[in-house]
Each structure stands twice: as structure tokens, then as C-alpha cells.
Ligand binder design. Structure first.
Ligand code: ZN
Ligand code: ZN
Length: 431
């Protein structure tokens, strides 16, 4: 270490810096005073300030030093690194070209792709170009499951390129790799390291609420780097900027399999909470459930709160004992989702934790209490996006049971209808 410092290949930096009566955490760039605390520190023998915002990565305090590499960049080039024989759909091709162009020229790009558009494949050519140009690439995502899912696909596509897959507990963290996939938290380990930063699911919970992911990404990126955002559900501000041409963006309105997106139906079901309290499933919801059971079709039923879901479960189980419910704190969460995939659970009740990421080939989806605030426009679009993803079963039913329509519900439906309209105009769907 000392040798590296003498040669000016590495530099030390304070973990937490005091600026007047404010603090900055140099790892996560947190400046929110409520997210700093003190503890009696054994190392510096006083009350030492530490950052709570990035505590899950190990404690950073005033007397912690951070080490950064400031020597020459590692140079590499991997020409023709891509080993993939698949074919892009016309929509994916357009996005792929835009991504490649942005990587060549630098700058930002928002890729707004409907659920099931096939995001991963359209990144391949851009990544290939970057690796050929000696640019280091990171794909960042809020969720560990996405890292785990993408890792084998990336390794297959770029078999000769050193690759690091970073998440809590991963083995790869001290290895230099031109191609990195990381969760948001792991991104905090880097400073000015990447030429190309691809952020997946910019809008995803819990990062929609704060800007940790974007801040981490900015810090991990080189100043002249390329920033690519991928999302199926940009927020209103970004949507407007896109639709009015104020942001460099490409929209993929169609799924890979060329079928239109299924559109939700709204069903008013009155005071559903009151009904559940009396031990009854509201009639319209019951009929919907019954029909799925008769058809033998699997379904997900979303609830806004665990409490109401747990009230409803035994009522449903009276008719279908194999039914289950799942939520974020459920210790059997993984097993239940797997049992659903294996077809052992006919209908699964769930909170918003299954709003994204889960793909079950042939399902219908209902939302109970769609008027609840937790069901934002983007949550509802994601939920609708669970249906009809497989080319074998491109269709399905989506019903929003509500006690009063909300703006989010209406906007979600409009967004899906607009995508189908655009896709038809561009000849990207076959009906
Ligand atoms: Zn921090
Ligand atoms: Zn200390």
C-alpha cells in the first residue's frame, strides 16, 4: 500500500468529511444530517461520526480512510467479444443501435421498454463496442435477483471477458473486470471507474423514493462517461421529457413476441374492506376467482397491505385449500414463489413484492383495492406486465378491483394503450 501511495497510484481520503456544520460521506455521498450518528470509537478514542446510509456495507466513520486508485487506467481491448447467435426484433434493433451510438459518442440515453421487450439482448452490441474501445462497463440494478439472473447470461454472451458479479456476499469483489454487474450498494465501492454505466430499473422500489442509486452511479462513473437508463415505467417527469423530445430516449412499445400488451379492466367492488371484515369475499372478486379455478388457470391477486391479504387468505382457502399468500417478510417467500412456478399453488395472494421480476408463463392477475396509494402508475404497469409474457401464452386477464378510480389507474391504462398504438403504427405487432 505504502509503495502505491508513494508512486501516486493510490490516494487516501477521509471516510466522513466535516464541512462547517455539515457532513459528507465520501463513500455514498450522503449529506442528510439525520443519516449521521455518533458512537464511542475505540480507534480514535472519541465520539466519532459515522454514516447510517451505507452502514450495510460496513461502518464508515470520521477516522476511516478510503483508498482510491488514481494511477493510470488499465488498458484493454476485446474485439469481437460477443458470442451470441440470437436475433433482435426490429424494436430491439432500433434500441440497440441507439445504445451503440450513445456509447460511441457519450452522453445520456433513456431506454423506455415495455415489460417483456427483451432488454438484455439489446444491450449486447453496445457492450461489445465498449469492450472493443477499451471502455469499462457496469450494469447496476437495485435488486440482487436481477444480478443473479443476468450473470450467467452475460458470461455466456461474453465468455472471454473477465467479469465480476457484485452483490452482498459475492466472491468477485477484489477482482478487476472490464464488465461488472452490481447491486446499488456494491456500486458504492467505486469512484470514477466506469466509462459506461447502465442502470436497470431506475424507478424500482426502494430507489424511487430516494436517489441513492443515481448518486452511487454518478460517483462510480467517469466524468465523460456514458449513462444509460433502462426502465419499463419512467416517472411522469421523465415520461413528459421523453414524449416531448426533451431527453435523448428510445421507446420500445412492443414485446419481443409481437403480441400487444394485455390491457387492464376496472371493476368497482365497493367497500371491499368492510366485506372482508364480515368474513366475505366481495362478489365480483369471488366470481373472478371462481372462474380461474374452473379454468384451472394460475393467478396472482395483489393486495395493498399484508393485514388485508391475511384476512382474505382463509376465506379463499375455504374454496381452494392449496392457495397461499406471500409478502416481503415471509421467510418462505422463495419456496412459495417456486411452488407457484411449479404449478403447485393455483392462486397466490401477494403484496407489491411480486410486482416485478416474476415470470410465470400463463397467468391472470387481479389487484384488490387498486385505489390504494401504494399502487402507483408504475406499480400498476409493472403488475399488468406480469401477464402474457410467454410467446406460448401472450394473452391474459388483468382486473383492477377498486373502490373509486384513481389517476394512477387511469394513467397506467393510458400508458399501456399508447404503447400498443405506437407498436401498431410501427408495425411491431401482428394482430
Ligand atoms: Zn455513507
Ligand atoms: Zn473514530
Amino acid at each position: 500500500m505504502d509503495e502505491h501511495i508513494r508512486q501516486r497510484f493510490c490516494a487516501y481520503k477521509k471516510g466522513i468529511e466535516r464541512k462547517g456544520n455539515r457532513y459528507v460521506c465520501n463513500r455514498c455521498k450522503n449529506t442528510d444530517l439525520t443519516l449521521f450518528a455518533t458512537f464511542p470509537c475505540a480507534r480514535c478514542q472519541r465520539e466519532c461520526v459515522y454514516c447510517r446510509n451505507c452502514l450495510m456495507m460496513g461502518r464508515i466513520s470520521e477516522c476511516t480512510t478510503l483508498v482510491t486508485w488514481c494511477g493510470p487506467n488499465v488498458s484493454f481491448s476485446y474485439p469481437n467479444a460477443l458470442h451470441w447467435n440470437g436475433e433482435l426484433s426490429p424494436a430491439q434493433r432500433e434500441a440497440s443501435e441507439k445504445i451503440t451510438e450513445t456509447i460511441r459518442k457519450g452522453g445520456d440515453l433513456l431506454v423506455w421498454a415495455v415489460c417483456g421487450a427483451g432488454k438484455t439482448e439489446m444491450l449486447f452490441e453496445g457492450i461489445e463496442l465498449a469492450l472493443q474501445m477499451g471502455k469499462r462497463v457496469a450494469i447496476a440494478t437495485p435488486r440482487t435477483d436481477v444480478v443473479l439472473e443476468l450473470t450467467p447470461r452475460m458470461k455466456r454472451a461474453f465468455p472471454e471477458v473477465p467479469f465480476a458479479s457484485l452483490y452482498g456476499g459475492s466472491e468477485d469483489r477484489h477482482r478487476f473486470a472490464p464488465l461488472v454487474i452490481a447491486t446499488t450498494h456494491q456500486l458504492l465501492r467505486f469512484e470514477r471507474a466506469f466509462d459506461v454505466m447502465i442502470i436497470d430499473e431506475v424507478d424500482a422500489f426502494p430507489y424511487s423514493a430516494d436517489d441513492t442509486l443515481q448518486r452511487a452511479a454518478k460517483k462510480a462513473m467517469k466524468e465523460e462517461g456514458t449513462l444509460i437508463f433502462l426502465t419499463a415505467t419512467p416517472d411522469e417527469k421523465w415520461q413528459r421529457a421523453c414524449l416531448h423530445g426533451k431527453r435523448n430516449c428510445v421507446i420500445l412499445p412492443a414485446r419481443y413476441h409481437r403480441h400487444p400488451l394485455p390491457i387492464p379492466t376496472f371493476r368497482w367492488c365497493g367497500n371491499w374492506k368492510g366485506q372482508l371484515q364480515k368474513g366475505r369475499i366481495p362478489r365480483l372478486i369471488f366470481l373472478w376467482f371462481q372462474k380461474r379455478m374452473e379454468m384451472g388457470k394460475q393467478a396472482l391477486i395483489f393486495f395493498p397491505e399484508i393485514e388485508w391479504m391475511e384476512r382474505a387468505l382463509p376465506l379463499f382457502q375455504n374454496h381452494a385449500p392449496a392457495m397461499e399468500a406471500v409478502h416481503s417478510e415471509d421467510p418462505k417467500r422463495k419456496e412459495k414463489v417456486q411452488a407457484m412456478r411449479d404449478g403447485k399453488i393455483p392462486i397466490l395472494l401477494t403484496t407489491t413484492i411480486l410486482e416485478r421480476g416474476v415470470t410465470i408463463p400463463n397467468i391472470d392477475v387481479a389487484v384488490v383495492g387498486a385505489e390504494n396509494r401504494i399502487f402507483t402508475e408504475s406499480a400498476l404497469v409493472q403488475i399488468a406486465g406480469r401477464v402474457g409474457r410467454s410467446p406460448k401464452y401472450p394473452d391474459g386477464d388483468i382486473t383492477f378491483f377498486h373502490h373509486g378510480k384513481t389517476r394512477a389507474m387511469i394513467r397506467a391504462k393510458q400508458q399501456l394503450l399508447r404503447m400498443n398504438r405506437d407498436a401498431r403504427k410501427k408495425g411491431l405487432i401482428d394482430d
